[in-house]
Design a protein around this ligand. Sequence first.
Ligand code: NDP
Ligand code: X2W
Length: 352
Amino acid sequence: MIKVGIVGGTGYTGVELLRLLSQHPEVQLTAITSRKEAGMPVAEMFPSLRGRVDLCFSTPEDAKLTECDAVFFATPHGVAMAQAKELLAAGVKILDLAADFRLKDTAEFEKWYGMPHACPEILAEAVYGLAEINREAIKKARVIGLAGCYPTSVQLGFAPLISPKSTGGKKLIDLNSLISDSKSGVSGAGRKAEVGTLMAEASDNFKAYGVKGHRHHPEICQGLSAIAGGQSVGLTFVPHLTPMIRGIHSTLYARILPDGKDVDYQSLFEKFYAGEPFVDVMPAGSTPETRSVRGSNALRIAVHRPQGGDTLVILVVEDNLVKGASGQGVQCLNLMFGLPEKTGLSHIALLP
Ligand SMILES: NC(=O)C1=CN([C@@H]2O[C@H](COP(=O)(O)OP(=O)(O)OC[C@H]3O[C@@H](n4cnc5c(N)ncnc54)[C@H](OP(=O)(O)O)[C@@H]3O)[C@@H](O)[C@H]2O)C=CC1
Ligand SMILES: CC(=O)N[C@@H](CCC(=O)OP(=O)(O)O)C(=O)O
């Protein structure tokens, strides 16, 4: 059994990890932290876990994290990088759900996250946690910076159009005019109290935010550029808050170039994702719904070419807490420990 610890077990991604890992056949949950709830039985705080998790929350200091095989950080940015060195020295593998190990450029990290990077040498060896793109590197990694929620939907939506593996090196779309119009449910903002996510503010309402700039923009551009074999990428990214709890819906736009005019995009996408356990390319003409992925690690994609014109529209849905966070983490954990990638991730979405 893999001994797993979770730092930050009371947040939305933390409790989602608890839901997934308590049903994982190869994982033994050994430490779950919360500074505010230390001493409290986990199942008392989350009765959904009664009979499944018999641990109590402990402080990060008391949690004996160095005795784990792997530790997830479901914490705000800056927490994992402060503890990474000690854990790695003890042979513990690290999976960070925050952004400490995502951006390779430390100046960019400091600009968007407002703090200097605490361990650039560990950042240099960290692998970006997006299994469909980085599977082989994840298998060998000691540190994973899990892809962000919006970035997962945008990168997997554009990847078949820009990866040389798929395009054969042809320029099918204009890499400098990509657009992502993305919407998230309120759980994306975490469990902390905030005016913007009060029911009276967020329900029966719809708004864009971060239009001038959002911290996921550099992450998405870094990822897309890597997928495109190092070419630079120009992206307009506008996130929106929708009155739902879970889910991300990204509508992506790309302008077709002359080399891309005669391409069958449905089969391009199907071929690129053939055999991928969690990416579902839907039949031509589909409009995927967020509820078709709620609670599951699936990401569904549909590709459209409205009026047969020069603009491609790609629709992507995922559950921000599963494929956008904790499920992605479990998928990477499976790869890091040589397990079948789908282990413990077979949940079907909840309807209605
Ligand atoms: N919500 C989402 O959809 C997604 C979130 N993420 C990322 O995952 C991380 C967690 O997000 P989310 O679950 O929403 O956050 P929450 O705000 O819901 O939870 C944060 C958790 O971290 C703990 N924590 C806070 N500060 C510290 C600290 N200094 N040291 C140790 N523990 C701390 C809190 O418990 P306590 O204070 O009691 O210790 C709590 O359990 C964030 O970095 C977020 O950006 C990634 C993808 C999607
Ligand atoms: C709705 C909402 O507020 N969403 C958050 C993104 C979710 C998140 O926590 O971001 P990471 O994936 O980088 O960890 C935001 O826009 O800041």
